[in-house]
Design a protein. Structure first.
Length: 388
């Protein structure tokens, strides 16, 4: 059993014991001591450990803890507004017990301790709901205000960059990390009462594949929800959006960032990326059929034009047609070496004009409507905090 699994198991034991024994009881003190020791061991191995609880799953840093799949305490913690916990290296035993007592109090339905002295004291533990920095929901500000954690996309963007480097260096696609990024992006979208689009603004063209992948994943999930999809179907669209351009890791850097017109040879290299991306994904896991198909088909238009060419006429997968719209929109709204970024209105007008030829109307119409109604949240890659 890994250290993070041992530690969280001990947290569950403490919370269960607190329902049986009052403060000061030897049995209660013993399980708190044991859990605190597990925390110290965890900190010794991984300074500043952090956990997130998403859709009943436990995420340690960026890794899903499969040993704790369907762990009941994850659901209970999220239900009382504790979706994320972060520990610093110098957590004291008394502060740790106070943290556990606060969690237990919330689970009983009582109001947590909101005394001024408690919040002025530095504890080395941050915990609470994942919300947008500087924007707290009215239903949490009274009882959880100081426990709120500002949600950042910095870890997710770094994870995407690391995923691409892994594919380039070893050919291995880290699937768990991809799934974790999608869950994090989904949380960022839903961290307020209304869905927001945490879209990243490109600072340097070298970052294009990273920021574009994140943005297409967000747009694909938002559009999926707009047309009535839920749960796993939406997450599959998120993974497909995140990986749709994966084949570009095999394109030489000087071709990828070339500011001028491509030669025929360079264009041929660029147009191999759908096939390369599909191969990389399928070699990783045959269960990634939809993301692999999307990677292969995302440059094929509704009328069959685009690349790679089909050997015989057939319809593309619905997910490919959906991601194609998101891909084109974000590409048009991004500065490229050979042109300035389009405005959102111009990009939406382009999609409307070509609806029925390039784009499937069953997705392009709700996409345009969604984007015109929804507040767009442009974020900086250099300081990727929602609401910044």
């Amino acid at each position: 059993m890994s250290d993070p699994v041992k530690f969280l198991t001990s947290v569950g034991q403490v919370l269960a014991t607190m329902s049986l024994y009052s403060r000061g009881h030897p049995a209660r003190e013993r399980v708190v001591d044991d859990s605190y020791q597990q925390l110290l061991d965890l900190i010794a191995a991984s300074p500043e450990p952090r956990f997130s609880f998403v859709d009943g799953e436990v995420i340690y840093y960026q890794r899903v803890l499969r040993d704790l799949k369907d762990w009941e305490w994850a659901t209970r913690l999220a239900a009382v507004g504790v979706q994320r916990i972060e520990f610093e290296a110098d957590v004291a035993r008394d502060d740790y017990e106070a943290f556990l007592t606060d969690i237990f109090t919330r689970m009983k339905g009582d109001l947590p301790d909101t005394s001024e002295g408690r919040f002025l004291r530095r504890t080395g533990i941050r915990y609470g709901p994942i919300t947008v920095a500087g924007q707290e929901r009215e239903d949490t500000v009274a009882s959880f205000a100081t426990a709120t954690i500002a949600f950042s996309l910095k870890d997710d963007i770094e994870t995407i960059e690391w995923m691409h480097s892994q594919v380039m260096d070893s050919g291995n696609l880290p699937l768990l990390e991809a799934e974790t990024v999608v869950r994090s992006l989904s949380l960022a979208m839903h961290s307020q009462e209304e869905i927001m689009l945490p879209l990243l603004q490109l600072k340097e063209f070298d970052q294009y594949t990273t920021t574009h992948s994140s943005n297409v994943a967000v747009l694909a999930m938002a559009l999926g929800e707009a047309i009535g999809l839920r749960g796993r179907e939406v997450r599959v669209l998120g993974v497909a959006g995140l990986l749709h351009d994966l084949g570009k890791v095999r394109i030489p850097h000087d071709v990828l960032v070339k500011p001028g017109q491509f030669t025929d040879e360079e264009r041929g290299i660029m147009q191999r990326h759908p096939t390369d991306g599909a191969k990389i994904i399928m070699e990783r896991d045959v269960r990634l059929e939809v993301p692999a198909v999307v990677a292969y088909e995302h440059h094929i238009m509704l009328n069959g034009q685009g690349y790679p060419p089909f050997h015989y006429e057939r319809a593309t997968h619905y997910a490919s047609r959906l991601v194609h719209i998101c891909d084109v929109y974000d590409a048009l709204c991004t500065n490229r070496p050979y042109r300035e970024a389009w405005t959102s209105d111009s990009a939406l007008a382009y999609i409307e004009e070509r609806s029925g030829s390039d784009f499937d109307p069953q997705f392009s119409v709700p996409f345009v409507s969604m984007m015109r109604e929804m507040q767009r949240q442009p974020l900086s890659y250099e300081a990727p905090v929602i609401g910044a």
